[in-house]
Design a protein around this ligand. Structure first.
Ligand code: UD1
Length: 369
């Protein structure tokens, strides 16, 4: 009789998932007690938003691609659910692992939970306490459904316990994204992407913006463009533009204003290695991303986050990150450049490059219980 090797689905859908899935896929592929199966929902599908991350992070081609594409939240979430439910009928896994807080995370968790398939959530417990963010809804629902919740930091454990989640389901494993950063760091220096753009290390800023709250409103986006073009006169700014942001700049007639401003380097979305090569040598980062707040904390680079709140408060407590409003951008840049940063401070506990190993050990333990 052949031995049953448990099948574990790893779900990836959007750009911020890929650097979390890569170390986990690699680690689980080395284990003999489970068979990892990679599912790409196709939430992100452009080569620059998806394929390039698979190549640069060494992720194998997905076993299944649901190819759902873009759409409003209901349509996108529903399309992923329908496609994943059909897949599970033919290729039922023993467990699924979802990461982060995108629509793919929520959709696949819902399907699995209703089908009686156990769900593990990696990056569980983060809360912005702002339900106007679609990601906050995704986080809350996914954590309610998950059988096993892997957290990156103590605040996440506290959030889950406060919501009444049984402590026995929570395990702190650390920050999986730092695994990718640590394992690829040697590539960032050889890449020297700042050099490709004609910039000097330590003498430019990196800006990423894509949240609907910043880019979907004409007045808000215009105010941000004004502040960035003013700041770029003193500190060159590199802006790898998310497709949503490029589209909104065009729609609001702001594209030329930004692209032609002195000191502004507006470029297409970048792959993981060139992007992190830029970030590693940046003087400053301005962002509304979640992951970049953490990467700058690890790298001890000042980060200004254009949001009212963050689900990653540890980045604020560590002294690298500050929440700001668009109207305060100019003064905040000046203050950030003037403030000293304690570059010797150690990284937060368990942000050490070994999270995938802890996740694998935890899953093995649960599956054999
Ligand atoms: C999604 C996540 C967000 C994450 C972000 C990272 C949700 C709710 N949001 O937001 O948490 O921070 O990814 O990028 O899951 N588009 C393309 N090519 C692509 C993908 C998207 O052109 O490959 C365009 C489409 O016009 C699409 C728009 O970008 O409508 C937004 O894409 P979508 O996946 O809906 O959300 P993001 O804003 O990328």
């Amino acid at each position: 009789m052949t031995q049953h090797i448990p099948k574990v689905h790893l779900i990836a859908g959007a750009r911020p998932n890929f650097m979390k899935i890569a170390p986990l896929m690699r680690r689980l592929s080395e284990e003999d007690w489970c068979r990892p199966v990679l599912i790409h929902t196709g939430q992100h599908y452009d080569a620059a938003m998806s394929d390039i991350f698979f190549t640069q992070l060494g992720i194998p081609a997905p076993d299944h691609n649901l190819a759902v594409g873009s759409g409003p939240h209901g349509a996108q979430t529903g399309a992923i659910m329908q496609a994943y439910e059909a897949l599970c009928r033919d290729h039922r896994p023993d467990w699924i692992i979802v990461v982060g807080d995108v629509n793919s995370t929520l959709a696949c968790s819902l399907v699995a939970a209703k089908d009686g398939i156990p769900v593990a959530h990696l990056e569980a417990g983060l809360r912005s306490f702002d339900r106007t963010m679609p990601e906050e809804i995704n986080r809350i629902v996914t954590d309610t459904l998950a059988d096993l919740l892997w957290t990156p930091s103590p605040d996440a454990d506290d959030n889950l316990k406060r919501e009444g989640i049984d402590a026995a389901r929570i395990e702190r494993v650390g920050n999986i994204m730092i695994d990718s950063l640590v394992s690829m760091r040697h590539r960032f220096d050889t890449e020297r992407h700042w050099h490709v753009l004609g910039l000097d290390p330590g003498a430019y800023g990196v800006v990423t913006l894509h949240r609907p709250s910043n880019v979907d409103d004409a007045a808000t986006l215009a105010a941000i463009v004004e502040a960035l073009t003013a700041a770029a006169r003193d500190l060159p700014l590199v802006l790898p533009l998310h497709p949503r942001t490029s589209a909104m700049l065009e729609t609001f007639g702001l594209s030329d204003r930004l692209r032609k401003a002195p000191g502004i380097h507006a470029v297409p979305p970048l792959g993981y290695i060139p992007f992190m090569s830029l970030v590693t040598r940046a003087r400053l980062v301005i962002t509304d991303s979640g992951g970049l707040q953490e990467e700058t904390t690890y790298l001890r680079i000042p980060c200004l986050t254009l949001r009212d709140n963050t689900e990653r408060p540890v980045t604020i407590h560590e002294g690298t990150n500050r929440l700001i409003r668009p109207a305060d951008l100019g003064t905040a840049i000046g203050a950030a450049l003037a403030a000293p940063i304690d570059s010797d401070r150690p990284a937060p506990a368990l942000w050490d490059g070994n999270t995938a190993a802890r996740v694998a050990a935890s899953l093995k333990n649960r599956m054999s219980a």
